[in-house]
Design a protein around this ligand. Structure first.
Ligand code: ADP
Length: 537
């Protein structure tokens, strides 16, 4: 027997309409290139978003057409983010930090008909625009629009809000698109449906308890995995949204967190490491008492960092694990209610783990012999299933083997699952060190090393070894003025690891190369260091 409930479509128009009807007075603030703030209300935002929808239609866009963006995090980006899917189009965020050749591939493969670009990013954008098939390029921000482009403000001024109508778009149609960085092979397109976004925004809000009184500041770029769903989740409940614009340096971010009285913020570990150093160097300079959680994800945050924020600065870190293919949040640790009854020590230990799957994310891990038990010991590749997880890549069957025959997505992450369901990421499958037939987790070694007072950053990679096939090598950046020897670092690690896990080699460098979103680029390190055979300690 079927239930007798309405077949209501879970879509982005419903998210905007709610904000339109309920939260007109709430604010959205963006840092402008000159560091001043631009602030307007949700009512202004909704009106401009509606005019954008009308304008894109007038340009000839049809349902399903892709609308590229090449922008920092700010209110106009939010207008496109929400506006394109509300109009029946598909937002396609391009990554500012990719090589122009990659953006040519991604925009062309994605089939983008229009591109919205920040005027301040024109020198970068001009490197790939002529090689793409955009029919219109729309220039956003203050100043003159470059030749051959349409000025965003003029476009909106020419559009009539009264021509806008909310549409009840089928929830399974596409709403947004994002390419994963493709460390192997070509970048691959993830195509989010309205339904996936609506369900994900709901679950993220439920798990983090986000509400209209919150002030959110996503440092994570809107071109990186949907900015972890923050723009949709915040709009759904009318939170004040604060965007950092192009200013990502620790001091300016800290000023923004303080002056806007931010309650919830999100970024990758490298951003928070910079923030932590600034806070440690300037005790008492910023009043961050409004912050109720800093979410961190995209790479494993060292426990020492989570603890330093809590103990030295009274800041609560929530740790998340996710993937572009998962909309992107998969698991959370330290979210409201997860640490009731735990001692401080237990809570920090838990929060260094990737966490519990959020609702509608099912997990299991598979080793060479089949599914592994949830015993906190057995390692296997994490597989996931859920309504906000990709079922295929866009127009590509190159990676069809990422899905199992029974429809689970293979994450490529090697994990252990604890008896209580906590996921612990040991490594990306391609980063693991396989020494003498056993796996060594580079993530665990890195996190431990970054707990040493002299170490600013550490990345561990596998290098070929004749006897063991691979051995771990640690690449270390020291804090300014600090000194430590390989022997001291090995001794520091020794109490917590089996002897054969300890790196044989330490290389001290000034900087660890990072990916476009600020993760360690281990492929580059492997190229640099894997040539010479590892010397035994
Ligand atoms: P990219 O491949 O560009 O890094 P994603 O941002 O989608 O694309 O990266 C997802 C991957 O990032 C995950 O598969 C995992 O390896 C890593 N990751 C994300 N969050 C965490 C975390 N909290 N701890 C460890 N690894 C993480």
């Amino acid at each position: 027997m079927d239930g007798l409930m309405m077949d209501y479509q879970l879509n982005v128009p419903a998210i905007l309409k709610r904000a339109d009807e309920l939260y007109g007075d709430n604010e959205i603030a963006s840092r402008l290139p000159d560091k001043s703030w631009h602030t307007y209300t949700y009512a202004d935002f909704v009106s401009r978003t509606k005019r954008l929808v009308v304008a894109l239609r007038k340009l000839g866009l049809e349902d399903g057409d892709r609308v590229g963006t090449f922008m920092w995090n700010h209110s106009q980006h939010l207008e496109v983010y929400i506006g394109a899917p509300v109009g029946g189009f598909v937002t396609h965020t391009l990554n500012l930090r990719l090589h122009p050749d990659d953006n040519v591939y991604i925009a062309t493969h994605g089939g983008d008909r229009v591109l919205l670009v920040d005027k301040t990013l024109w020198p970068l954008a001009a490197q790939f625009i002529p090689r793409c098939n955009f029919e219109h390029v729309i220039a956003v921000g203050a100043g003159d629009a470059p030749e051959g482009t349409i000025d965003y403000e003029e476009l909106l001024a020419d559009a009539n809000e009264s021509d806008f109508a909310y549409r009840d778009l089928p929830e399974r149609t596409a709403a947004a698109m994002c390419y994963t960085s493709g460390t192997t092979g070509r970048p691959k397109g993830v195509l989010y449906s309205h339904r996936a976004i609506a369900i994900h925004a709901l679950t993220v809000n439920a798990c983090l308890g986000i509400h209209a009184g919150d002030v959110s500041l996503p440092v994570v770029p809107m071109f990186h995995a949907n900015a972890w769903c923050f723009p949709f989740a915040s709009t759904m409940v009318g939170s004040k949204q604060v965007f950092p614009g192009p200013h990502m340096d620790p001091e300016t971010l800290l000023d923004g967190l303080e002056s806007q009285r931010v309650t919830i913020t999100a970024g990758v570990p490298t951003i928070w490491m910079g923030i932590l150093q600034a806070l440690d160097a300037n005790p008492g300079r910023w009043d961050l008492s409004s912050i109720r959680m800093m979410t961190v994800g995209g790479a494993a945050p060292p426990r020492a960092m989570i603890e330093a924020f809590g103990e030295r600065h009274g800041l609560h870190v929530v740790h998340g694990w996710g993937m572009t293919e998962m909309s992107p949040v998969g698991t959370l640790s330290g979210a409201p209610g997860q640490e009731i009854g735990l001692s401080k020590e237990e809570a920090y230990a838990r929060r260094a783990l990737q966490g519990l799957p959020i609702p509608f994310v099912e997990i299991r891990a598979r080793g060479p012999e089949g599914l592994v038990p949830w015993d906190g010991q057995s390692m296997g590749e994490l597989e996931v299933r859920g309504p906000s997880i990709a079922s295929a890549y866009y127009a590509s069957d190159e990676a069809a083997d990422r899905w199992t025959d029974d429809g689970w997505f293979k994450t490529g992450d090697i994990v252990t699952i604890h008896p209580d369901g906590f996921v612990e990421v040991q490594d990306r499958a391609k980063d693991l060190v396989k020494s003498g037939g056993e796996w060594i987790s580079t993530v665990a070694l890195e996190n431990a090393l970054m707990g040493h007072p002299a170490v600013a950053e550490a990345a561990v990679i596998a290098v070929p070894d004749e006897r063991w096939s691979e051995r771990p090598l640690a690449v270390v950046v020291l804090k300014e003025g600090a000194q430590v020897s390989p022997e001291e670092l090995r001794e520091f690690l020794a109490p917590n690891f089996a002897k054969w896990w300890l790196p044989d080699r330490f290389e001290f460098v000034d900087e660890i190369p990072k990916t476009a979103v600020g993760k360690f680029r281990k492929t580059a390190l492997r190229e640099q260091f894997a040539q010479q055979p590892a010397e035994r300690a």
